[in-house]
Write a protein that binds this ligand. Structure first.
Ligand code: KG4
Ligand code: ZN
Length: 340
């Protein structure tokens, strides 16, 4: 089955054509336009700018994708599109592309939960049996989940404030690094002493509470920045700050893992690219699998992959269009990724 994946939840306009097989899917092509360069100046994503750029880029990207795969829109048998969570304007751009193709070619659509797609990206190129425990560590969300089937994922714990990726990015902003700061913090930390500074572990005393918290860590860095010469101690501060984020994740995930000792563990989302996190997860747990770095940060291959795995749940044409002049362009149920 030929699947088109559409990802526009934040600052990446990404399209992928993937073919499902009885084993790993074949990725014919993924094209991604990243707006990251634009946001260096702002220190974070600006929703209005993101919406306009998705709108500008999505059609040329689709034309290029079809050209490079020598396929036509008629060849697309199913469309998977991110409908939740994300920025409303960007999400609407992707959803309306899906609906437009469906309107012309009667293609069924499957709304995709972006976070679920992040962790299921493990199955693009690795074999991991269900059920497994997942750590979804992205820029906007951090979740511990249990996945029992491609369509069945249960949230076991979350962050009560910032996400792990936000801890990297907001910390980076305090330290004068460009957005998104995760990759640079990863690199600079390799040269620093991670035990040089002590940062707090969120909710550390709540021994049975697996929820994460990163906002205290960020405040602690801000306080340190007021009394220390950041530039003179940069490598050590960055290494210690990164280590605190990782300790936070491992400390809280251990509470979940102790209750599910026999399950394999999957780590996905942008923060799963982090080299030190990968090392520490392997040292602390056995049977750990990491989503391949190219499928960790936002990409449409993970959307097409989850769509192919759950193809039976697709909404047929014309049900998938939800045309209703009196309602909003997208209904709340599909925004939550619920099946209608
Ligand atoms: O999953 P993702 O691409 O986007 C969201 O869905 O939010 O994750 C982006 C996040 C950013 O916060 C970025 O700083 C972080 O992933 N990130 C990293 C690394 N590469 C990306 N964080 C730590 N170390 C990295 N190597
Ligand atoms: Zn993401």
């Amino acid at each position: 089955m030929i699947v088109l994946g559409i990802e526009t939840s934040c600052d990446e306009t990404s399209l992928c054509i993937l073919e499902s097989t009885s084993s790993f899917p074949i990725i014919h092509k993924t094209l991604t336009f990243s707006q990251i360069e634009l946001y260096k100046e702002w220190g974070g994503v600006v929703p209005e700018i993101a919406s306009r750029n998705h709108l500008k880029k999505i059609k040329p990207l689709l034309i290029q994708l079809l050209k490079e795969t020598s396929l036509s829109m008629k060849d697309i048998e199913l469309i998977g599109v991110t409908t939740t969570p994300g920025l409303l304007g960007p999400l609407l751009t992707g959803l309306n592309l899906a609906k437009s193709i469906s309107f012309i070619h009667q293609t069924p659509i499957l709304p995709i939960n972006h976070l679920h797609a992040h962790i299921e990206a493990i199955h693009i190129d690795q074999k991991v049996d269900y059920p497994y425990l997942g750590l979804i560590l992205s820029g906007g969300h951090s979740l511990f989940v249990k996945a029992s089937a491609p369509s069945d994922f249960e949230i076991l714990a979350t962050t009560i404030d910032d996400a792990a990726g936000e801890a990297f990015d907001k910390g980076g902003k305090i330290l004068g690094l460009d957005y998104p700061a995760g990759p640079e913090i990863d690199e600079i930390s390799k040269e620093g002493d991670e035990s040089a500074y002590q940062f707090p572990i969120g909710l550390e005393k709540e021994k049975s509470n697996p929820n994460m918290s990163f906002s205290g860590l960020k405040t602690s860095l801000l306080n340190l920045s007021k009394k220390t010469d950041l530039k003179a101690n940069l490598q050590n501060i960055i290494a210690s700050y990164q280590q605190a984020i990782i300790k936070n994740i491992i400390h809280k995930f251990t509470i979940i893992q102790k209750k599910n000792l026999q399950l394999p563990i999957v780590v996905g989302g942008g923060v799963a690219c982090n080299s030190k996190l990968r090392k520490e997860m392997k040292e602390n747990f056995s049977d750990v699998f990491f989503v391949s770095p190219k499928f960790c940060t936002d990409n449409a291959a993970m959307i097409a992959n989850l769509c192919a795995l759950n193809y039976k749940q697709a909404l047929p044409y014309p049900e998938c269009l939800h045309f209703d002049a009196k309602s909003r362009a997208v209904d709340k149920a599909s925004l939550r990724g619920e099946k209608r």
